[in-house]
Design a binder for this molecule. Structure first.
Ligand SMILES: [Zn+2]
Length: 284
């Protein structure tokens, strides 16, 4: 077959060259491919554009606690299905799938440990469990974590990552916002610091409650932070598109929504400094 016939019949390039899964990762933002081991060493941050790859709760727990100091709390606590809710799928099936995907029994992992030697109560949400939604057991775990921070007089850090309140639990979910907010008030009265770390995405009932109640509110670069999501806002405003950077941490920082943007690899040092600085002197 000469080149002209090849053109007519269409070039055949043999099997498409594919990057073997699990060895290389292609950045969703700039398409730069990185060897996975190198990405791991770089805390899953793209070396070209600083895109922060999503990481699970296990990663943050390891990153934000001194080695061997973390003890999980209430890890068997799980959601009930009081409304026997079903949409396109049964709620109980969603819970089962969430457990499998996240290796958690609820959308948050809580526990106590130390960071830079400072005592710390740490909660990390995980979007692999029903989009990190705030259910009654999620709220209960966070509330118990705050009780523990109060009992041990330790600082509190919540790594937020959520699509919002869990609609399958209706009002049972919504009341968690008030419950956690009331517990945080007790923490404030006890002069114990609470630092919120907002990661991608932080939305809905989580934004409308504890994500915005930190004494200091930090966010990872490029994280989506808002109440209603961009699609809902577009429909409501009847517009085709939204401004560039809409609801990203860089934009919400400019509007005073958060205090500071911190890269993931700089989080342990930043949190360690804040916890030491904000700790109330015991004598007072
Ligand atoms: Zn990139």
């Amino acid at each position: 077959m000469n080149w002209f016939e090849k053109m007519k019949s269409g070039f055949k390039t043999g099997r498409k060259r594919e990057i073997p899964a699990g060895i290389w990762s292609k950045c969703p933002q700039c398409s730069f491919s990185t060897y996975q081991q190198a990405l791991e060493r770089a805390h899953w941050i793209c070396s070209e554009c600083s895109f922060h790859y999503p990481v699970g709760h296990q990663y943050y727990v390891q990153l934000l606690t001194d080695e061997g100091t973390f003890t999980p709390l209430d890890d068997s606590l799980t959601a009930a299905d009081p409304l026997r809710f079903r949409d396109t799928k049964r709620y109980t099936d969603r819970i089962r799938d969430g457990k499998k995907a996240s290796e958690l029994n609820e959308a948050v992992c809580t526990g106590i440990g130390r960071l830079g030697g400072e005592p710390l109560a740490l909660g990390v949400m995980d979007t692999r469990f029903i989009l990190g939604s705030l259910g009654s057991a999620t709220g209960e775990k966070i509330s118990r974590l705050i009780d523990r921070a109060l009992a041990e007089r330790s600082g509190l850090v919540l790594v937020c990552q959520s699509g919002g309140a869990r609609m399958m639990e209706s009002a049972y979910s919504l009341m968690q916002m008030a419950k956690i907010s009331a517990k945080l008030h007790r923490l404030a009265l006890a002069r114990l610091p609470y630092i919120a770390v907002l990661t991608d995405p932080t939305y809905g009932g989580v934004t409308a409650s504890f994500a915005m109640l930190g004494d200091v509110i930090l966010a990872e670069p490029g994280a989506r932070i808002g109440f209603a999501g961009p699609e809902v806002i577009k429909q409501f405003l009847k517009v085709e598109s939204l401004p560039e950077g809409f609801q990203r941490s860089e934009t919400v920082l400019k509007h005073g929504f958060i205090d500071h943007i911190v890269r993931r690899d700089e989080l342990p040092a930043a949190l360690g400094r804040l916890l030491a600085m904000l700790r109330a002197p015991e004598a007072l």
